[in-house]
Design a protein around this ligand. Structure first.
Ligand SMILES: [Zn+2]
Length: 213
């Protein structure tokens, strides 16, 4: 079936987010572009991932219209589809409210690159606050991600990764959270010293080529 493989992959990484504590309950969402199609598979709204079968996952167009499936797509679908429209090189998106990345989003603070390999997705900029689920939030995130950021936070909300593969977007969500936690504790210890700028640039180059994860 056309969408089956992508549905299986999205469900696999959504469950991994749950198991590894990146997502609590249903507070997050995971999606992937269907290869060669103008279509995206996304987690449904408000249903625990570990109770789903792959065929339950909604398939939507790049403009968030339902193509297949009986369940309501995630309320953050407009944010996911806006990223896929703006970034042809993005094929996987993971959004979570993981603790330390969210703390930085509340502080409106960029998460700096602290140490490799968790810094592969840093620096992580912060998108200005907009109401969750709104077109304005979608615009804010697309603008903040720009042409080459692989991750950003959303002020007072959480983090989002947008990568060439869903596997990388999942790994990115882990890395951003780990980097944010290290940054938080060094900040608490009194001085937050990031990596030198040339090291950050080299790590970004490697991450963009898919080498870092
Ligand atoms: Zn959210």
């Amino acid at each position: 079936m056309l969408y089956q493989e992508t549905r299986e992959e999205v469900l696999k990484y959504a469950v991994k987010c749950l198991e590894n504590g990146l997502i609590h309950g249903t507070a997050g969402n995971v999606s992937a572009r269907v290869p060669g199609e103008e279509a995206v598979v996304i987690t449904p709204s408000g249903i625990p991932y570990d109770t789903l079968n792959p065929e339950d996952l909604p398939v939507v167009s790049l403009h968030a219209e339902i193509i297949d499936g009986n369940l309501k797509p995630s309320s953050e679908t407009p944010m996911h589809t806006a990223i896929y429209r703006a970034r042809p090189n993005v094929n996987g998106v993971v959004h979570t409210h993981s603790m330390f990345a969210t703390v930085f989003s509340i502080l409106e603070k960029e998460i700096p690159a602290m140490m490799p390999p968790s810094s592969a997705f840093a620096p992580v900029p912060c998108a200005p606050f907009q109401i969750p689920g709104s077109e304005e939030l979608a615009e804010s995130v697309v603008k903040t991600l720009g042409t080459d950021h692989l991750a950003c936070t959303m002020q007072g909300h959480g983090q989002i990764t947008a990568c060439p593969t869903l596997k990388m977007a999942y790994r990115g969500a882990e890395c951003v959270e780990e980097d944010a936690e290290i940054a938080y504790w060094t900040l608490m210890a009194g001085r937050m010293v990031g990596l030198p700028a040339d090291a950050v640039a080299e790590l970004r180059r490697r991450a963009l080529k898919g080498q870092a994860v």
